[in-house]
Design a protein around this ligand. Structure first.
Ligand code: PLP
Length: 364
């Protein structure tokens, strides 16, 4: 029989997103360092707010997210009317592609860029265009060279995942000022809170009409399981995104937990300081074992091994010893492992275990 029921163009080209594993068969006491989650969990303030919201599960949630948007705007010094909240920042990325890119349009992402950019571009029927990086760092000139009359969106994570590298505000500003006038630049600030004093690109959004910033509650706020993210941009663009946003995209427990978390500035500060200290310790410990990494600006380290075989063998060894990290071959980094910065005990355990892997390698 001829098949007449067909999905929209691009859908069958989507490669499914690979989440970080969380179990190892036959191993107890596993530590999961594969999804860049906060090792300390969610703040108590957010858990309390989430539990309290359970009293109203029969009520439809608020549709305009005023309380959460106001809290975000106050904390970051932004205009609340230009904040949009979504089911993770993934949903903001989806809205952007849905609203601004379709069949025949191009969406630029970079060589080792986050996989959701490509997935969302294809889901919208657009063509994802992969632009080379320079030594695992986003290259503005390469992006500019790839722009043409069909380029609708450019996605850059700064700091980037899975490389952990960052480019300077001047480079980002140059990119924003030199892209075509029909192109929107999206700055994904999922890891912005880990960089002290960094605004994630908010000032550039304010200064221009072609830049949108996305942020998430999944990383430093420890709410990955709750699924809340937000975007900030020019009013006309946010108004467009709100037209494709479902009116009840976020539930009341989600809204309540995120609002409590964003107001919990002591928590954010503490988590950033712990991350900075433990990240430096872990990078140094790996370096001493002969495993280099680029200076990371996020809550993970991209450990570089000699080759794909060695990275794979180390991953297996870690797994056998109850430690789950992330292989990043799908990101064009087959010789690397991405290791989330855990709490102190986890950092010590992962470094110690990689040390044992090294010893086994040289046959001591
Ligand atoms: C984790 C991550 C996100 C966040 O996704 P959510 O949908 O908000 O959980 C966005 N961008 C990058 C680069 C990430 O690593």
């Amino acid at each position: 029989m001829t098949r007449l029921i067909e999905p929209q163009p691009g859908i069958l080209d989507i490669t499914l997103y690979q989440g970080g594993a969380s179990h190892v068969q036959g191993v107890d006491n596993v530590i999961k360092l594969s999804s860049n989650e906060n090792p300390f969990g969610a703040p108590e303030s957010a858990k309390t707010a989430f539990a309290k919201a359970a009293h109203n599960l029969h009520r439809y949630p608020n549709t305009d997210h005023t309380a959460l948007r106001t809290a975000i705007a106050e904390v970051h010094g932004l205009d609340a009317s230009r904040v949009i909240c979504g089911v993770g920042s993934d949903e903001i990325i989806t809205f952007l592609c849905q609203a601004y890119a379709g069949v025949g349009d191009e969406v630029i992402y970079t060589e080792h860029g986050f996989s959701m950019y490509k997935i969302s571009a294809r889901a919208a029927g657009a063509t994802p265009i992969c632009v080379p990086e320079h030594e695992r760092v986003v290259n503005v000139d390469a992006i500019l060279a790839a722009c043409n009359e069909n380029t609708k969106l450019i996605f850059i994570a700064n700091p980037a995942n899975p490389t952990g590298t960052m480019i300077g505000q001047r480079e980002i500003a140059r990119l924003a000022s030199e892209i075509p006038s029909h192109t929107l630049l999206v700055l994904d600030g999922a890891y912005a809170e880990f960089v002290e004093g960094f605004d994630g690109g908010a000032a550039l959004v304010e200064a221009r009409d072609n830049v949108v910033m996305t942020r998430t509650f999944s990383k430093i706020y420890g709410l990955g399981g709750v699924r809340v993210g937000w975007g900030y941009g020019p009013q006309e663009i946010i108004d467009v995104l709100n037209r494709v946003r479902g009116p009840f995209n976020l539930s009341e427990p989600q809204l309540a937990a995120a609002e409590a978390a964003v107001k919990d500035r002591d928590w954010v500060e503490k988590c950033r300081e712990d991350n900075t200290r433990l990240r430096a310790w872990l990078a140094e410990a790996l370096m001493e074992l002969g495993i280099p990494s680029d200076t990371s600006c996020a809550n993970f380290i991209l450990a570089r091994f000699l080759n794909e075989e060695e990275a794979g063998a180390c991953d297996e060894f870690l797994k056998e010893n109850g430690i789950i990290v992330r292989r990043v071959s799908g990101y064009g980094l087959p010789n690397c492992l991405r290791i989330t910065v855990g709490d102190e005990a986890s950092c010590r355990r992962v470094a110690h275990t990689i040390g044992r892997f090294r010893e086994a390698q040289v046959g001591v």
